[in-house]
Design a protein around this ligand. Structure first.
Ligand SMILES: [Fe+2]
Length: 247
């Protein structure tokens, strides 16, 4: 593994609509731009868009917006779907060749001698096909790997999201993840709130949304903030540092 660090920007749950209309009263495109243009996101090696690119149900206008953005973005961009995305629509816009099997978008991406894994939890769970693949592929890498998946594979202490929208097969997923010895850091979104949760020796980093933050302290939907949040990951050999930013 190379000794220089890798700087990864993670932006999640952008919930971009079909056009420029406000989404639940929020200018989600302006929120996305605030994150991407932030000083903290300079000099990235990689940008990850970790699901819920589209607002409700895979609006093509949302994907058109991101494809236009990616065209002139100076570093590679990796994308995975969230529960508001549909891979069959995304495939019409993004180059996902070699990344989609049986309707699921999961893949390994190698950059600067590191291997990053991506899973598809758009339907609310991770298929056993993906879990089997992950075990086999991570075993081929002798150094540490990291993983991105839209849904946190554990409860996070968010009263509303844990209750209503948790990953459905988290027990099965946790069993697989725990068996992967060279995986310590798992990066997720979906909860519209920031968390860092220990899962044994593994840490689940839940990035905030650029659309809005949801109050974690009540068991019903309560808007906490319509300001964007995002995560920056610095990955050195055997050392991962994360920083979460809010506008
Ligand atoms: Fe989501």
């Amino acid at each position: 593994m190379s000794s220089e660090f890798l700087k990864i920007g993670q932006i999640t749950d952008m919930h971009i609509g079909e056009d420029e209309s406000l989404v639940q009263g929020i200018d989600v495109r302006a929120n996305f731009r605030k994150a991407i243009e932030s000083e903290s996101m300079r000099d990235l090696d990689l940008l990850v868009l970790s699901g819920d690119l589209a607002n409700e149900d895979a609006e093509p206008g949302a994907y058109r917006y991101f494809v236009d953005f990616i065209k002139s973005y100076p570093v590679p961009v990796c994308v995975i779907p969230g529960n508001h995305d549909r891979i069959e629509v995304m495939e019409k816009f993004f180059d996902l060749s070699g990344k989609v099997q049986n309707g699921k978008c999961f893949y390994r991406y190698d950059i600067k001698g590191r291997s990053i894994f991506f899973l598809d939890s758009a339907c609310g769970e991770v298929s056993s096909e993906q879990l089997d693949w992950l075990k086999v592929e991570t075993a081929k890498v002798k150094d540490e790997v990291i993983l991105f998946v839209h849904h946190p594979p554990c409860y996070c202490g968010h009263r509303f999201m844990d209750l209503r929208y948790h990953m459905k097969n988290m027990v099965e997923v946790q069993e697989t993840l725990k068996s992967i010895k060279n995986l310590t850091h798992i990066f997720t979104g979906h909860y519209h709130s920031q968390f860092e949760v220990s899962m044994g020796r593994q840490i689940v980093h839940v990035a905030p949304s650029t659309q809005m933050q949801i109050d974690p302290n009540v068991p019903y939907f309560n808007l906490q903030s319509s300001n964007p949040g995002w995560q920056v990951i610095k990955w050195e050999k055997n050392f991962v540092e994360t920083e979460v930013y809010f506008e």
